[in-house]
Design a protein around this ligand. Sequence first.
Ligand SMILES: Nc1nc2c(c(=O)[nH]1)N[C@H]1C(S)=C(S)[C@@H](COP(=O)(O)OP(=O)(O)OC[C@H]3O[C@@H](n4cnc5c(=O)[nH]c(N)nc54)[C@H](O)[C@@H]3O)O[C@H]1N2
Ligand SMILES: Nc1nc2c(c(=O)[nH]1)N[C@H]1C(S)=C(S)[C@@H](COP(=O)(O)OP(=O)(O)OC[C@H]3O[C@@H](n4cnc5c(=O)[nH]c(N)nc54)[C@H](O)[C@@H]3O)O[C@H]1N2
Ligand SMILES: [Mo]
Length: 762
Amino acid sequence: MTEQAPILFTHWGAYRATLRDGRLAALEGLEGDKDPSPIGQSIPGALVDRLRITQPMVRQGWLERRDRAGRGEEAFVPVSWEMATALVAGELKRVREAHGSGAIFGGSYGWASAGRFHHAQSQLHRFLNTVGGYVASVNTHSYAAAEVLLPRIIGSQDGLVAKHTPWPILEKHTKLMVAFGGMPLKNTQVSAGGVGQHNIAENLRRCRDAGMAMVNISPIREDVPQEIGAEWIAVRPNTDTALMFGLMHTLWAEGLHDAAFLKSHCVGFEKFLPYLTGESDGRPKDADWAAAICAIEAETIRGLARRMAATRTMIAVAWSLQRADHGEQPLWAAITLAAMLGQIGLPGGGFGFGYGGSNRIGNAPHPFSWPALPQGENAVEDYIPVARVADMLLHPGEEYDFDGERRRYPDIRLVYWCGGNPFHHQQDLNKLARAWKRPETVIVHEPWWNAMARQADIVLPCTTSAERNDLGIATGEAHLFAMRQIIAPVAGARSDFDILSDVAGAMGLGDEFTGGRDEMGWVRHLYALARQRAASHELDLPDFEEFWAKGHVRLPPPVKLKSLFEDFRAGQPLATPSGKIELYSETIAGFGYADCPGHAVWLPPEEWLGAEAARDYPLHLVSNQPHTRLHSQYDNGAYAQGSKIQGREPVWIHPEDAAARGIENGMLVKLVSARGSCLAGAVITDAVMKGAVRLPTGAWYDPGPDGMDLHGNANVLTIDKGTSSLAQAPIAHSALVEVRPFIGEVPPLRVMSPPEILEPRG
Ligand SMILES: Nc1nc2c(c(=O)[nH]1)N[C@H]1C(S)=C(S)[C@@H](COP(=O)(O)OP(=O)(O)OC[C@H]3O[C@@H](n4cnc5c(=O)[nH]c(N)nc54)[C@H](O)[C@@H]3O)O[C@H]1N2
Ligand SMILES: Nc1nc2c(c(=O)[nH]1)N[C@H]1C(S)=C(S)[C@@H](COP(=O)(O)OP(=O)(O)OC[C@H]3O[C@@H](n4cnc5c(=O)[nH]c(N)nc54)[C@H](O)[C@@H]3O)O[C@H]1N2
Ligand SMILES: [Mo]
């Protein structure tokens, strides 16, 4: 028997690896995966490219005089692992003794790589907990507004990250899917923690074949795949809440709402109604009112409301809608709309957030959780909302509101980041770059010389999944992978675990950190826990040796499928104060926030096409997720690079907007906002609505001498502000820009070559 080729398991799928002379030569989608992601094509080349960091590096100015000002701009000095380990241990000890562990920021938000053991953030948190604790961050960039709002109004995060009405029920019962933000297949390439088999394209086809009609409410036509034949309603970005009010008003005015459901399963409709009718502020939120805000015909809105009331309707809302100023509102409005339709808890009706945001959503998971690396206890209680990192660094000691609390930013002296890239994910990168010069020391583990590594004082080169052993679990699919090491670590790279084990050792806490296990010890241990949990639900996983040799195993899917809130409809209360859906929340009203009152409202975003600022910046920037990579990951790979225009990120612009500006296809253009500017390559297409442009996130940040990003990183343009005092969530999708042809000598890209490296020391 010939041995099966090893499997590389990633956030965007599982691949069979072909090896040649000890190098990874090619990757092919795992057998059974009907829709493997092309992002895998980027891996073989990028694994060994010249951007890999070859040994520990220390920024020159920091090494010589503990300078902060040169951060992000200076050359690096290669040092030995012994010296790097001693420097990191020494800095942690110094800062802790001088300022306490509350001066160490270890939030370290980010996706890193798939794998239950080598999960970079868990490794760092376990390490920092072992050596005294750290200031954490709470919630995600993905759906922070929802994470705070939903528990208050529906008692949990059900319908956001789990318990969505599964696809087979949608296929059987849903007649109309109204998708705010669409259901773009580009995003379902991915699932946090990894994908075994991609199935969303197939699920959508099955729904279509079963007679489900789909409406794509989005600035971008491609947000539902063409073959599904969805009706496209181009909505002005960030105005969905107004549109939902127009739908609700029509239901109310025409008596199409479900008064019985509003009474039996909701509280507060009577407090919301005067706002909807205009009784409270003189402005009825009817279809005509909404039409003027959303730039959609009032008759289209009325027609859609009637269709929704006439049939089994699923209201799908993309996570993107809440990644915008006042992002709490489209969620609350969608729930209020679904409550008025009265189909919540019925098969195929109600609402769901994030179908199409990940391959996982709508795949019914087994009713148990899978094991993860234990992180221990954090002795520091302080934390920040995830997107407030620049504010924290710029304003130590200052007060801010968050979810009913008045909190104070800590005074951070040391930042430790492992497996995330704030120079990708944070809005307003010029502001972040200023904030980043504040701490005394920045330590980063990275495989590549991306923007993040360049912004560090001490850079420790780490391995990727191909270079180590791990356990992979596609949780929603109950698909387990033996992530066997495929190639030797590239150059001097080491795993996050090995790096942190040595630092913990240097601090006298090596055994506490490792728990007495090595890599394979942990992998076996986590697998044993997974096997136990499966067994307690009468599901058999093979013993470790068999699993490891086989490469992957998949448990049968759960038999019993449930619609979201089926039990609630049948009488089980929600974990809200009233036990019901809170269309009005006394708790939130009690916080007294003008930017998030007690029921859903339309609050214009800081920037949108109806804002004053649109006179100078007349185009709404949609910086959505890239189809060519995962965030910033593998932007250096062949697949992402193949999509660039003159080396820059492509920006979509409508033909009329392009013509009005003298922009031609393939031309270099300059995007400008009130925060910053960047270059990009123009793609003229009517797949984006007039008035909006689409520049996907993730081009590696490459600030030129005058601050203009040379590569097309959308986050130099976006706004760094919280959604509201309630959630303080990021607002990536609320930004206005102007776009012009770029005239003049084209500055060369720098970020795709390593920074200046000096002679080794130590
Ligand atoms: N404008 C705009 N901005 C956005 C968004 C948007 O829609 N628009 N979306 C937001 C969202 S939803 C998210 S989730 C964030 C994503 O933001 P991030 O998750 O921070 O982005 P990634 O590029 O995935 O960063 C992961 C980093 O980990 C590194 N890495 C990979 N494997 C390992 C490992 O094993 N160990 C270590 N130490 N490092 C590793 C990678 O090289 C990479 O630099 O971005 C947010 N930013
Ligand atoms: N290939 C790939 N897939 C990914 C990721 C990736 O980086 N690459 N990232 C993953 C992560 S971390 C997450 S959180 C999910 C994110 O999933 P989403 O939040 O759904 O992702 P986005 O691509 O930001 O947005 C989806 C669509 O919403 C539309 N949209 C933007 N603003 C508005 C608006 O105001 N109104 C309406 N109606 N539509 C709007 C955009 O046209 C966009 O294409 O994707 C995941 N999937
Ligand atoms: Mo995300």
